[in-house]
Each structure stands twice: as C-alpha cells, then as structure tokens.
Design a protein around this ligand. Structure first.
Ligand SMILES: C[S@@+](CC[C@H](N)C(=O)[O-])C[C@H]1O[C@@H](n2cnc3c(N)ncnc32)[C@H](O)[C@@H]1O
Length: 266
C-alpha cells in the first residue's frame, strides 16, 4: 500500500465516522455545548494550570478535548486531517463562544501547516497513535512543534491492551507486530448508523518504540503512569466501577489498560 493510499482510506473513514459521532450519545455534543468538559480529571491534574498557555491538540477529532482545555484558560489550536471533524470542531467553537483555531492537516505536516509556530503544550488523547505508521517520525514532529521547555502530554490506550482477547485473559495478537493492518468494519465505536467508507489501516506500537521515539527526538521523559483502568469500555470483559472508569472484575490480575506520560523539550 502506498503512502497516500492509507492516508486517503483513513481520512475517508474518519470523515464518515465524524458524521456518525456528531450525532452519537457517546460524544454527547448537546452536553458539551451546555458546558460539559470531556477531559478526564487525571489529565487536568497531570497537565496542571493551562491559563494563557499555547496548547496544540494533535488529532483533535471534533475538538471537544481541545475546547475543554480552552474552557480552562489555554490558548488552543486543534489539528486533524479530517475536514468533517475540523468543520464540526469549528462549529462547536462558534456555538460555545470559545476562542480556538482548528486546522486541517495530516499530523506529519503539522509544522508547515502551523507556519512553524511553537507551543508550550502538545496534547494527544486516547486512540491517536494507532493511526500513525511511524512513531519515531511522529515524535520528531511533536518535538519540532514544542517551544523550548514545552512538553508533550499523551494519554493513551496501553499497547498491551491491543493484544488481549475480548475476555482479557488471553493474548491473541502479536505485541511486536508493527506492520500496518487493514480493517474493514462498517461500524465505528460509538452508537449510530453504518459507515459507507469502511476500510482503515492501523498500526500497533510497543511501549518500547514509543518511549525510544520520544527520547530519540530529544525529549526528556518526566513520567509514565500505567493504569489498570480505562475511561472507556474498550473490552467487553471490563466492568464499570465509577464515572468513566472501567476495570476487569475484582480478583483478576492487574493489566495496564491505559497510560499517560509527559516528555519535555530541554
Ligand atoms: C480516536 S480519534 C481521537 C479521539 C480524541 N481523543 C477524542 O476523543 O476526541 C483519532 C483522530 O485522529 C485523526 N487522525 C488519524 N490519522 C491522522 C493523521 N494522519 N493526521 C491527522 N489526524 C489524524 C482522526 O481524524 C481522528 O479525529
């Protein structure tokens, strides 16, 4: 598959998903317009005070997390390659009266798309890295977008999660498989109707590759926190134990399902 082929397939797939997501209960746009934050409390605690900080949200989807940072006082830019997602994000900004800039771009072209601007915080949230073929290249892009002393804050699904079977008891996929995998699913992960453009290409990135990519791009790892819970019911075996907290049932051995990290440009 050529470079432009996976990009086109994924962009079309995300344009289709966006139409479904915007009408979904999962993304609850009416609640967001009414003032709901989509950021998890641990993200706010770990990022700290964002007042007046230049924050870039890579792969911002419909901009809810981006605008939630704006509600906390950040000067935000969101970037996503899906024109449909960015259009929805701009609409949300207008409807909520929040100041924000949203840009359509492949993440790999972000530096040029943003005119070489530098940011205090680059934020990336759940479900982003699987869409990128090369985390070393991604980390170099992130480093190029950070001002000196600025930090990447990443909250993501743990690479181990992706190799587990639905019951979470068995390893069913290869942790070290780094070739892109092509999927053909006519449903997205939210409620809502079927998709039309159903094919996507995704990649698995072992934790070692992610950390080595960040260090290789000249960033200093400040922390990496692994968690035995997820804000989303990403496996059928997970049970809800609190608002936005899904875990394996009591008595099961702990497995990292999500993680967050901060890496800083010296
Ligand atoms: C799972 S969503 C991120 C969800 C986000 N954390 C949220 O809940 O709003 C992944 C996003 O990555 C975007 N994306 C995928 N590949 C991309 C690329 N190469 N460049 C820019 N955006 C990309 C998609 O359009 C989609 O909006």
């Amino acid at each position: 598959m050529t470079n432009t082929e996976w990009l086109r397939l994924n962009r079309e797939n995300w344009d289709d998903r966006t139409a479904v997501h915007a009408a979904s209960d999962f993304y609850d746009l009416p609640g967001f317009r009414a003032g709901r934050s989509t950021l998890r409390p641990f993200e706010q605690a770990e990022v700290g005070d964002v007042t007046g900080r230049r924050l870039l949200h890579l792969q911002c989807h419909m901009g809810q997390d981006t605008l939630s940072w704006a509600r906390l006082g950040a000067r935000v830019t969101g970037l996503d390659f899906s024109p449909a997602a960015v259009e929805t994000a701009r609409g949300l900004a207008a409807e909520t009266g929040l100041a924000a800039r949203f840009v359509v771009s492949d993440v790999h072209d972000a530096r040029a798309a943003l005119g070489g601007e530098a940011f205090d915080i680059v934020y990336t949230g759940f479900g982003a890295l699987v869409w990128l073929p090369d985390v070393a290249e991604w980390a170099r892009v992130v480093a190029s977008l950070l001002a000196d002393g600025g930090s990447l804050y990443l909250a993501e699904f743990h690479p181990l999660l992706y190799v587990l079977g639905d019951d979470g008891r068995t390893v069913e996929y290869d942790y070290f498989q780094t070739e892109g995998e092509t999927f053909d699913h006519d449903r997205t992960y939210t409620d809502g109707p079927k998709l039309t453009r159903t094919v996507s290409v995704q990649w698995h990135h072992p934790m070692g590759s992610i950390l080595t990519a960040l260090v290789g791009a000249g960033l200093r790892l400040e922390f990496l926190r692994e968690r035995a819970w997820s804000p989303f019911p990403i496996l059928p075996a997970l049970v809800r134990v609190g608002p936005e907290e899904y875990r394996f049932p009591p008595g099961r051995p702990g497995v990292p399902l999500t993680y967050s990290l901060r890496a800083t440009k010296a």
